[in-house]
Design a protein around this ligand. Structure first.
Ligand code: NDP
Length: 322
């Protein structure tokens, strides 16, 4: 089978296609023929070495496909089942993956495998951020950075479902239009003074929560935009790691909460994984949320997908189609 590997850390050009033997599922594992796998900013961190790890590495956390074989003791799924997955150990940039059966979720009728691959990781991220990291109350004002991105477009929609007033930030006129179409009440450009604009929109109060996946470039403005006792959910760093923060800064910002959440810790329990993924897939099947596939690339063109994502040219979710 074909897989995409990085044998060294570096730019997108280090991604190469290789041929490897088809993997065989061990106890508790399933082998899945991949129909689509997701390209996430996490894969850029793994490839570049921002998240250091052993090499060679096959990136890819999420995808969807058809179960081909199951290992001993597997009760969750059977051969022929349509499944999606999020698996923190990586390896999804491949024609076939072997992963723990417990990390798969069933794909319901009415949702294509491509749609499932497109929504499962980013949709669950939007879900846990808005329901658990900071549980949005009706009428809250929240800020969503990179609002036209893979997570961003879903986060805007799910925040609206929870009754928030959403202040979205996006960097081009096209992206700003996409954020508005997703339901954002106000759309700002990263060049604007975020804290001043948010205070202007909230009678001086500030935002109940800021969802920030951009990191270094936005952190200070995010902190300054919060209301007293607000929550800064720093869930990523597409612009680079945030410098160390002295706890006293959280006091000065108004007894605010700073958290660095990760989907892994919000889906570690199988019941929680199934509940969260099931909700997101149902929303998609019922047309409650809309999924934007911003680009489809052949498996061998993974380097182009990475280059596009890193250069801020993309919107919505990118997929590799083996
Ligand atoms: P996106 O589709 O959101 O792409 C990243 C976006 O970040 C860009 O389109 C761009 O939007 C913005 N951006 C701002 N500054 C930069 C920069 N210097 N370089 C590149 N992009 C920049 O990616 P994903 O949806 O895959 O991920 C979004 C974030 O969420 C990432 O940080 C990712 O790691 C994180 N994440 C975290 C999870 C968790 O559980 N913690 C789970 C899933 C994702 P614009 O041009 O509008 O500024």
């Amino acid at each position: 089978m074909r897989v995409v590997t990085a044998r060294e850390h570096g730019g997108s050009e280090v991604l190469r296609t290789e041929i490897r033997p088809d993997p065989v599922p061990g106890p508790g594992e399933v082998a899945v023929a991949v129909r689509a796998c997701g390209v996430n900013f996490h894969d850029v961190y793994v490839r570049s070495g921002l998240y250091p790890g052993p090499l060679p590495v096959v990136p890819g956390l999420d995808g969807a496909g058809v179960v081909e074989a199951v290992g001993a003791g597997v009760t969750e799924v059977g051969a022929g089942d349509r499944v999606a997955w999020v698996d923190g150990t990586g390896g999804s940039y491949a024609e076939r993956v072997v992963l723990p059966a417990a990390r798969t979720v069933p794909v319901p009728d009415g949702v294509s495998l491509e749609q499932a691959a497109g929504v499962v990781l980013q949709g669950m991220t939007a879900h846990y951020l808005t329901h658990d990291t900071y549980r949005i109350a009706r009428g809250d004002t929240v800020v969503v950075h990179a609002a036209a991105g893979g997570v961003g477009l879903l986060l805007v929609q799910v925040a609206k479902l929870r009754g928030a007033s959403v202040v979205a930030v996006a960097s081009t006129p096209d992206k700003m239009r996409l954020a508005a179409a997703a339901g954002a009440d106000h759309v700002l450009h990263p060049g604007e003074d975020l804290a001043a604009r948010v205070r202007g929109l909230t009678s001086g109060a500030g935002a109940a929560a800021v969802y920030d996946g951009v990191g270094r470039a936005t952190f200070d403005a995010s902190l300054a935009s919060l209301r007293p006792r607000g929550t800064l959910a720093l869930f990523g760093q597409s612009s680079g790691f945030v410098a160390p923060v002295a706890p006293q800064r959280l006091n000065e910002a108004g007894s605010v909460y700073l958290t660095r959440p990760n989907l892994v810790h919000y889906t570690a329990d199988r019941a929680e994984l199934l509940g969260r993924a099931g909700q997101v897939l149902r929303w998609l099947a019922d047309g409650v949320i809309d999924l934007r596939i911003g680009g489809r690339y052949a498996l061998g063109a993974a380097a182009s997908a990475h280059a596009a994502l890193e250069s801020r040219r993309t919107s919505g979710k990118l997929l590799l189609i083996p």
